[in-house]
Structures are given as structure tokens and as C-alpha cells.
Ligand binder design. Sequence first.
Ligand code: GTP
Length: 346
Amino acid sequence: MAHVCASGTGRTTFVNTLCDSNVLSKKICDNPEEAHNEEGITIKPVSVELDEDGVRISLTIVDTPGFGDNIDNEKCFQEIVGYLETQYDDILAEESRIKRNPRFRDNRVHALLYFISPTGHALREIDIELMRRLSPRVNVIPVVGRADSLTPQELKDFKRRIMEDIEHYNIRIYNFPYDVEEDDEDTIEENSELRALLPFSIIGSDEEITVNGRAVRGRQYPWGAVEVDNPQHSDFARLRSALLSSHLQDLKEITHDFLYENYRTEKLSRTVNGGDQDDASLDADDMAGQSVRLKEEHLRKEEEKLREIELKVQREIQEKRAELMNKEEALRSLEARLSQAQLTDA
Ligand SMILES: Nc1nc2c(ncn2[C@@H]2O[C@H](COP(=O)(O)OP(=O)(O)OP(=O)(O)O)[C@@H](O)[C@H]2O)c(=O)[nH]1
């Protein structure tokens, strides 16, 4: 799973809330002179073991801090897409290997949570562009971070505008797909409910607070408390169970059957058509070259065998011809001796 967003949208707190531990450390920047340095982004995979309803889940979180903080974000785009594609290249190389590596780890990213700042306006140009460019490579799930910054009505309107933009710009996010003809009623109901929640509103907190005598994860304000796991306050619990349990398999299948397959087809057809010559990492190239070399070798050996047979036959013909000539010679001398004998008798 990956998270992408600008700084300060609550990404770090969300990851720690999701994992119920301090997986990511918060960035504290107290030096104003360094606060706006162009840093680029650092992609940091972190692995955690989680327990979801008694099932152990090994989750790798790929954090991309700093995205959108720079004036030129092109480098960030490239880095994120590059990371996603490198994981696909690794699978492609592994699939082409004659002998598989039993310790090979599939590091493909199955879901990318795109954190949208709770501005209350609409999507920013950079959000539209990044989501559009990432969606052919990964299941993009848009989320609104720090959702308690907006009133319920503001949040509702903000969500609606975001989804209108996503549709308008034809961004292919992961929208809990279902097929009314093929899927069962429960799946259709569950998926349409989750789709209606998009983008998920997120509230994160590292703290436990007491609400009506219960200890809950939440944020305490002078005017009240917001609870992370309360569906009236945030979509956190629905998103967590979709990601870690109900839709994990679907996310994996779409990644393998659709996103990776498309990437693979694009990459191989680019290679066949002579493009993308610079990519020496693709083992499929080596495989194709190797198979041509093997065929050439096989043909060469066949030709050698034929030549040997031809030489042998030629040798045998020559021997037979010499034998025949010898016999003719013997016959001729016998005839000569015979006619000499007849002459003597006469
Ligand atoms: N109101 C509110 N504040 C939040 C929430 N989640 C995090 N925060 C606060 O927002 C600030 C930034 O949170 P982080 O989790 O560090 O955000 P980030 O996106 O990881 O930011 P960087 O580490 O700078 O990239 C912190 O002061 C958090 O306590 C939330 O759900 N609601």
C-alpha cells in the first residue's frame, strides 16, 4: 500500500492509527530557513505485521513524504511511477526466469491512498494530474485527510465536488467495482455502499481519549471529541476493513490481472517494436535473444550432420566406382586372356 500527498494532511498519523503503533515518525521542522528547501521525495517502504480479526497480515507501507511541496513536481511524479514500475519489472524478470527464485518477494503496490487536503474547495490541478497519471499503474483510492477540519455539510459538498472532478477528468480510481449481472447481492450492496463513501474521510489520532467512560482513539477539543472508529465521525473503520480484509483480494487481483498485465503488454510490445532500447534490465529481451541463439545453434548442428552424410555417401560412391573399374579391368584382362587362348588353340 502506498500513500501520496502533500505535507501536513495527516498521512503519518493515519498510518500510525491504521497500524496502532508508531510505524512512521512525524516530521518536525522547526527551522523556518530549511522549511521550504526543495527536497524531492523519499520513497520509504516499511513492513508491519497486523492482526485483523485474528488473521495475521503482513503489510508493507510505502510512504512518499513531501510530494507536492516542491515548485517542480515532475521529478516526484517520475519517482513514484518509477517505483511502481520497478516492482512490475521485478515480477516480469522473475516470470521469465527458467529457474524460479523460491525466496522472491512480490513487492507490487496493491493500493495507493491519495490524501487530499481538506480545503473545502475542489481538487487542485496537481491532484488531478497525479491521480490521472498514477491510476493506470495502481489502484488509486482518494481520501480526505484531517476530515474533522470540515463541518459535516462542508465535507459532504467537498466529497461531491471531488467525485465530480474525478468523473469529469476521467480518472480511473479504484471505485469498488461490481457487475450487476455477475456478482451476488451482498457484494453489489457492500461495494455500492463503499463507492458512495468515496473519497473516504479520514481522522487520525495517536491518542486515546475517554468518551462516556470508554477509552477510544480520538481527538479531544475544548468543544468536544472526534472518534477515529466512529462511522458518524469518519470513514476510517470502513476503509481499514476494506483495505485489510474485505477488498484485499480484489485489490490484489486487479493489480495482477489488469494493471500489471497492461504494463507487461505495453512493455513487451515496446520492446518488440524496437522502442525502449535502453532498458537492459528486462530479462524477456535476454530470453528472446537466447531462444534465437539456441535455434541458430540447432540449425548449424543439423547442417553439419547433413554435410557428414553427404561426404560419406560420396566416399562410398567413389569406392564402388573404383571397385567397378577394378572389376571391369579384371574382366577385360580375362577376355583378353581368353581370346589369346582361343587363338593359340586354333
Ligand atoms: N484535525 C486533525 N489534525 C490531524 C489529523 N491527523 C493528523 N493531524 C495533525 O496534523 C499535523 C500533521 O500531521 P501528520 O500526520 O504529521 O501529517 P503528514 O501529512 O504526515 O505531514 P508530514 O510529516 O509533514 O509530511 C499534526 O499536527 C497532526 O497532529 C486529523 O485527523 N485531524
